[in-house]
Design a protein around this ligand. Structure first.
Ligand SMILES: C[S@@+](CC[C@H](N)C(=O)[O-])C[C@H]1O[C@@H](n2cnc3c(N)ncnc32)[C@H](O)[C@@H]1O
Length: 414
């Protein structure tokens, strides 16, 4: 049977190759037929997997598949470039300037956005060839179809995918440092990501703020009533604190505390809270690596982490601290990245490549830079449950919310 025969159905057990790192990550009894299905579902599965999977010698390369793969890579070149330009389109307000407009010239678009026409014209070139913006060749006027504006503009709140394209540019800015880490180990610290907290605040603006009242607080029956009557709530790894600020405005009878390592993010949170005249919340800049020892026991009725456990230096200590701080009838709401702890289970993940990349070039490396565990964003549901149990929690209920394909939502109790 050819090693590259996609139609292979022979039920031979794959030979284990301990020198191949991919081998460990496959299910122990993966057969040739199972691997053929895996490869069919994911044509980009590394060639090493195919090599591990077959006991027979390597066959000739299939020219048709090679051609398809080359086409796939060319599309990736264009799509990677589209992400960089979409990030610029978001930051400069170009997508917003095009929304609901009749066809406009590049000069009119530049004028509406307050930008230089020469740059806008080149950006339009990228957008037109990516089929995001439509050009009329007779008039050289450009338009953004409503169906595209529905995923690229600020007006659409949770559906604005342009927000996430900013991560590609942000990660590219530390490529040299990451290459050094591949060679010498260690990590890239938060200080090397000057725009991280701004982009993260926009990210959680989409996945959390847009749905706080409608979907997230209702995950815990009775929580809205308890917040109205007055409880104490803590957000761990709060970043710029926008979620807590919104909650403090919504529930003036409750009191809120936000904690985060970043002085810059905490200062931003304090400034925003004081500009809104809020007296029922406070923010503390602190390293939570020893939270299992520092946490004030039995002091909060509700604790939240919004994508803030996996990139901690010591995630288990943070979870143990949350356990310690939570009152016995309290609830812990944890938003964290959706996925499996096993790479072979993530082949059909809609944004798997994106999340492993963000993990490698941010979440994992910022933890390693603190001398931490380097868990990574794709630590997965299995490990999440294991860590929660090791921290002492006994009740874990997972929810998936339609607007948030990136995360699972766990409602956790003692
Ligand atoms: C992915 S961000 C999430 C921020 C925020 N929850 C949000 O949704 O916008 C993770 C946060 O964990 C914080 N963090 C990382 N390591 C930490 C540590 N050792 N102690 C406290 N906070 C830490 C970072 O500063 C960052 O704000």
């Amino acid at each position: 049977m050819s090693a590259h025969n996609e139609g292979a159905t022979t039920q031979t057990t794959a030979r284990h190759n301990p020198s191949n790192p991919w081998c460990d990550r496959l299910p122990p009894c993966t057969t040739t037929a199972q691997l053929a299905v895996i490869r069919l579902k994911n044509p980009l599965l590394p060639s090493q997997v195919a090599a591990v999977s077959h006991s027979s010698s390597r066959s000739e390369s299939d020219p048709e598949k090679a051609q398809q793969f080359a086409g796939r890579l060319l599309r990736a070149l264009n799509d990677g470039s589209l992400c960089l330009m979409a990030s610029i389109g978001h930051r400069t307000g170009l997508f917003d300037a095009l929304r609901d407009q009749p066809p406009l010239t590049s000069a009119e678009i530049a004028d509406r956005a307050g930008l230089h026409e020469r740059y806008v014209r080149e950006w339009l070139g990228a957008m037109v060839t990516a089929a995001v913006v439509i050009v009329d060749p007779r008039t050289l006027r450009f338009s953004l179809p409503a169906e595209h504006a529905a995923f690229l503009t600020r007006a659409v709140a949770a559906d604005n995918i342009a927000v996430f394209t900013q991560y590609i540019a942000l990660l590219g800015s530390v490529e040299d440092d990451i290459v050094e880490c591949f060679r010498n180990g260690g990590g890239v610290p938060y200080a090397k990501f000057p725009r991280f907290h701004a982009v993260m605040a926009e990210d959680s603006g989409q996945s959390v703020m847009s749905s706080l009242e409608s979907h997230i607080i209702p995950l815990v029956p009775g929580l809205a009533d308890r917040l109205t009557s007055g409880i104490r709530m803590l957000d761990v790894g709060c970043g710029r604190g926008r979620i807590l600020i919104r909650l403090a405005e919504m529930y003036p009878g409750s009191s809120f505390v936000g904690m985060d390592l970043s002085n810059e993010a905490i200062q931003d949170a304090r400034d925003e809270a004081s500009s809104r005249g809020l007296g029922n919340l406070e923010f503390a800049a602190m390293d939570l690596s020893d939270f299992h020892e520092q946490a004030e026991p039995d002091s909060f009725d509700c604790i939240t982490t919004f994508d803030a456990v996996h990139d901690q230096a010591q995630p288990l200590n943070v979870l143990k601290g949350i356990y310690r701080s939570l009152r016995s009838n309290g609830v812990y709401i944890m938003q964290d990245i959706k996925g499996s702890s096993h790479v072979y289970n993530n082949l059909e993940h809609p944004i798997g490549t994106f999340l492993y990349t963000v993990s490698c070039m941010h979440c994992m490396t910022v933890s390693l830079a603190q001398g931490g565990e380097g868990l990574g964003a794709m630590w997965g549901e299995e490990k999440t449950r294991e860590y929660l149990e090791r921290a002492g929690f006994r009740s874990v209920v997972k929810h998936e919310l339609a607007h948030d394909i990136q995360n699972n939502w766990y409602v956790v109790g003692k």
